[in-house]
Design a protein around this ligand. Structure first.
Ligand code: 6PG
Length: 474
């Protein structure tokens, strides 16, 4: 029997499509699924696309792989992942590679990588973005793990990934959990992008009284400029959709409670630990949470709100476009800050420009905009914040009047825009010469003797607030 180049275990939609993508690129693919009928179905339906080597059990699957073995796990992230890893690892030999292509938490990936490394196995936590279609036609792929495993896996993963201008949307992100961390931040940014789009839709619809299908045209138009991206493109399609049963706009028949599998929440949790203000992602995550409390919403439905009238519609569409672009710049700047902070914390040496490069195609947040981020890091790999890049600084300067008008209008007519508002507050906070954090420090020193530093000399100080109010070195 000819041995397979690589294997996929877990053949739900993502796993099946990834296996097909590999086979279509000429790799012999070992395939396995806990329920064997799914494996049989894959071979029956798509066997003509390439070489599949099916196995009924994991022992057969491992035995069907060339050495060193390369096995990709595509199972739902969670406790089940540990069980599959344990079973696979027991059948493998030093030098073999286990790739986890699910949305695992990076801390789990770090733990698993360390445990398998002790046994001489490579564990490669790999972010894969692009949904079902991406898995089949070319996703954005973010592998972590050892440099040695990258040598054996990199060419295959780059081969099956999306390409933009001939450049694969896949690089070795960094060691251990770096790949899953970067995928997590990708998802956090995805939350933020979607929240900003939703706010744009909501504000325009409420303020101007236009229909979703009219707004589809607005988004389609926006997609031709700075905002050109997959999410703007599909927003137009979703807004245009009409429910066949009722004839109503599709968005009006969908329950307005946004769900999540958790990667956005993880991004915010990690950002809190790293001390990085990812306010855009946090507001997006909390907006989903707010939407998911129907009992509170019903109880609050009769609370007083402002009069909706008096909006000047002429400028609003362009203002919202500018606010969306500016807020998006902030959200990405924050996400990239978080990756930089994690890189320092875990010693990953992440190349931020390369992260922008591999998100240009294949993934959910793919956008023209990422070319500009890449250019910013090419020009200065140590950029302290993307907001300081001359191109983005210029775009923010051009957008800020519109952005302020949008937030003001939203506040005045009572349409919640936490994404726009918090992004603007972040922008204003970061550009301030002096922040009221000095007062916070003073208060901390007053009630807790927490000390403070001075602007004019080194050291920590404390005022004897309850005594003579004289300052002493702490
Ligand atoms: C991707 C997506 C994918 C998934 C999200 C959805 O990059 O292909 O991000 O990973 O669609 O996990 O996340 P929520 O269910 O949390 O919205």
């Amino acid at each position: 029997m000819d041995l397979a180049d690589i294997g996929v275990t877990g053949l739900a939609t993502m796993g099946r499509n990834l296996a097909r993508n590999l086979a279509r690129h000429g790799y012999a693919v070992a395939v396995h699924n806990r329920t064997h009928s799914r494996t049989q179905q894959l071979v029956k339906e798509f066997g003509g696309e390439g070489t599949f080597v099916p196995s009924e059990d994991l022992a057969g699957f491992v035995a069907s792989l060339k050495r060193p073995r390369r096995a990709i796990i595509m199972v739902k992230a969670g406790a089940g992942t540990d069980a599959v890893i344990d079973q696979l690892a027991a059948l493998m030999e030093p030098g073999d590679m286990i790739v986890d292509g699910g949305n695992a938490h990076y801390a789990d990936t770090r733990r698993r990588e360390a445990a398998l490394r002790e046994r001489g196995l490579h564990f490669v936590g790999t972010g894969i973005s692009g949904g079902e279609e991406g898995a089949l036609l070319g996703p954005s792929i973010m592998p972590g793990g050892s440099a040695e495993s990258w040598e054996a896996l990199g060419p295959i993963l780059q081969d099956i990934s999306a390409k933009v201008d001939g450049v694969p949307c896949c690089v070795h992100v960094g060691p251990d959990g770096a790949g899953h961390f970067v995928k997590m931040v990708h998802n956090g940014i995805e939350y933020s992008d979607m929240q900003l789009i939703a706010e744009s839709y909501d504000l325009l619809r409420q303020a101007l009284g236009v229909t979703p299908s009219e707004l589809a045209g607005v988004f389609r138009e926006w997609n031709k400029g700075d905002l050109d991206s997959y999410l703007i493109e599909i927003t137009a399609e979703v807004l245009e959709q009409v429910d066949a049963e009722t004839g109503r706009p599709f968005v009006d028949i969908v329950v307005d409670q946004a769900e999540q599998k958790g990667t956005g929440r993880w991004t915010v949790q990690s950002a809190l630990d790293l001390g990085v203000p990812v306010t855009g992602i946090a507001e997006a995550t909390f907006a989903r949470a707010l939407s998911g409390h129907p009992e509170q919403r019903a109880a609050a439905a009769s609370l007083a709100g402002p009069d909706l009238s008096g909006v000047d519609g002429r400028e609003l569409v362009e203002d919202v476009r500018q606010a969306l672009y500016a807020s998006k710049i902030v959200a990405y700047a924050q996400g990239f800050d978080q990756m930089a902070a994690a890189s320092r914390e875990y010693g990953w040496d992440l190349d931020l420009g390369a992260m922008a490069t591999i998100w240009r195609g294949g993934c959910i947040i793919r956008a023209k905009f990422l070319d500009r981020i890449r250019a910013a890091y090419d020009a200065d790999p140590h950029l302290p914040t993307l907001l300081a890049d001359p191109t983005f600084a210029g775009a923010l300067a051009a957008a800020q009047e519109s952005w302020r008008r949008v937030v003001t209008t939203a506040v005045r007519i009572g349409v919640p825009t936490p994404g726009f508002s918090s992004a603007l507050a972040y922008y204003d906070g970061l550009r301030r010469d002096r922040l009221p954090a000095s007062l916070v420090q003073g208060l901390r020193d007053y009630f807790g003797a927490h000390t403070y530093r001075r602007v004019d000399k080194e050291g920590a100080f404390h005022v004897d607030w309850s005594g003579d109010r004289a300052e002493r070195p702490a």
